[in-house]
Design a protein around this ligand. Sequence first.
Ligand code: ASP
Length: 317
Amino acid sequence: MPTHPVLVVHGGAWAMPDDMVDAHIRGVNNALAAGWRVLNGDRGGSALDAVEEAVVILEDDETFDAGRGSFLNRDGKVQLDALIMDGATLRAGGVGCVERLRNPVRAARKILSESPHVYFVAEGAERFAAEHGIELCQNEDLIIPREVERLRAYQAAQSVSKQDGNDLFAPTSHDVTISHDTVGAIALDRNGNIAAATSTGGTLNKAPGRLGDSSLIGCGCYANNESAAVSTTGWGEPIMKLVLAKWTADRIQAGNLPEWSAQEAMNYLKQRLNGHGGIIVLNPEGHIGIAHNTPRMAWAYKTVKKEEAGIERTSMQ
Ligand code: ASP
């Protein structure tokens, strides 16, 4: 039975300052428009194509921590992670710690479509991408002055804090004022299939080789037609430990609505590991959930009847 398409995107969850709100809303709206053109065009594209196109727009937008303009790791390099997953077949493609791809989600999609494997990291992922027609860039092409300055300021504060014997800036103590601008998209197409994609530069000043939740199946991204499509953002280590995207999908498979399940996931993240972040959720019936336990989250969604974008949504819809 044909279904009405639905698309939801996000661009991170944290205490976004007022002067960054417009850029975030503009960014998620642009991604929504691009994904919707695929999903609701004449040919009624697939959910998988729609989430890929939406995430490409977000990766290309320097507002977000994905693609060019991402946070720098401790060595001053951009290292990117991304995952895309098809809820109909459970096919998935992931890349981790890539340094020479402008759009890691494109490489992830190639893995999903053209490889018997599911996940590639570092040079092996870049080699796979190049062999499948994706142009490699230099790491410097992904670095922007804003992020060089952000890393410099962070590392300077860290060394002052260490001299004072203060552990405030240790990598394990995160607070919501540290930006989390990971991006993601989830979609339902006319054939009733759902899909999800998440892409990130990870966390500021991360150790080289550190992989977050975003590109791990069931942690930062998940899609299964029997339950839900999910994308998360936030402090990755707690999200990973809780396998939070799959945890949320399981609640939906058990009969709960996405609205409730998304909020429950944020409560669980906070209560169990004092984690923070945001989540978008969609079931094959087209019900959506958007929740965060941070002051703000950039999100936007569109259905055939309604379109909305925003920055604050802390309670159940
Ligand atoms: N979850 C991402 C990570 O830990 C960061 C983020 O969402 O901004 O890599």
